[in-house]
Design a protein around this ligand. Structure first.
Ligand code: SF4
Ligand code: SF4
Length: 278
């Protein structure tokens, strides 16, 4: 049975406990300090801020496998405002472009449906980085391999759930069987619609073959930077290249064999019968 997560953004408070738990469990590097004080300087100076609300990481990266997005909405008369939050990560797509394009099959799907990058097999081509329609998987100069959320592969194979869902104080991130999570999501959407939240919608039921990590959004997906129709690159495209490459190399090998055969035939080998090979 496929495991996944339902992210209900309507009850996310932007506390970033999930972001911290992810870093802690997976041993990911900390962010650079946000204040630096040079030797002899009277006070520290601000540095390494994104300049976007309370967002201090900006995007997903090789060392940030979870990112809490802050969206500030202010009306034109500046009389009302609201925050939208979305705790983002790898979506563990059913049709995963990253997995499709990897030429050395370093990206695998486990028996629980999550998609992982095998660090022992990755050769750092970055093809997955370009193929992911969500900008999730990222290359690290330090390891010369690509990295992303594993859906806490070690934890979920030991019935522990994901670190982010365990740490979320509001229940915004729920881990479990995808089919059961969808039932919960449907009922939450119906509840919100009854409360007049007409823009509330579910994202991830059909995109990229269905996302194992899917979202209840309070605005259109584009507001959160999510593509309405993500394009999923297929292995088939790479296979054709491979197939073409195999045909080309077979053709070249055939040509080399023919030339060698003709060279041997044209040369009078010692002891050869006169006329042989002519
Ligand atoms: S979101 Fe991107 S990195 Fe994650 S499984 Fe889908 S294609 Fe791969
Ligand atoms: S821990 Fe939960 S409430 Fe806090 S930012 Fe993450 S998803 Fe939102």
């Amino acid at each position: 049975m496929a495991k996944g997560m339902f992210v209900d953004t309507s009850i996310c408070t932007g506390c970033k406990a999930c972001q911290v738990a992810c870093k802690e469990w997976n041993g990911l590097e900390a962010e650079p300090d946000h204040f630096t004080q040079g030797p002899g300087a009277p006070y520290p100076v601000a540095s390494n801020f994104t300049g976007n609300s309370y967002d201090n990481t900006g995007k997903l990266s090789a060392r940030d496998w979870r990112h809490v997005l802050f969206i500030e909405q202010i009306n034109s008369r500046r009389t009302a405002s609201r925050w939208l939050f979305m705790s983002d990560s790898c979506k563990h797509c059913t049709d995963a472009a990253c997995l499709n394009v990897c030429p050395v099959e370093a990206i695998e799907r486990t028996d629980l449906g999550n998609v992982i990058v095998r660090q022992d097999k990755c050769v750092g081509t970055k093809l997955c980085n370009k193929a992911c329609p969500y900008g999730v998987v990222r290359y690290s100069e330090k390891t010369r391999t690509s990295h992303k959320c594993t859906l806490c592969n070690d934890r979920i194979h030991n019935n522990m759930g994901t670190a982010c869902s365990k740490s979320c104080p509001t229940g915004s991130i729920q881990f479990g069987e995808v089919s059961e999570l969808k039932t919960k999501a449907d009922s939450r959407l119906a509840q919100l619609r009854k409360l007049g939240e007409n823009k509330a919608n579910l994202y991830g039921y059909s995109e990229a073959g269905g996302l194992k990590v899917f979202y209840l959004l309070m605005e259109n997906p584009a507001v959160y930077g999510l593509p309405e129709n993500p394009v999923v690159q297929q292995r088939r495209k790479l296979s054709l290249i491979n197939k073409g490459g195999a045909q080309l190399s077979a053709f070249l090998m055939g040509m080399v064999a023919l030339i060698r055969f003709r060279e041997r035939g044209g040369r009078k080998e010692p002891g050869a019968e006169p006329g042989a090979g002519e």
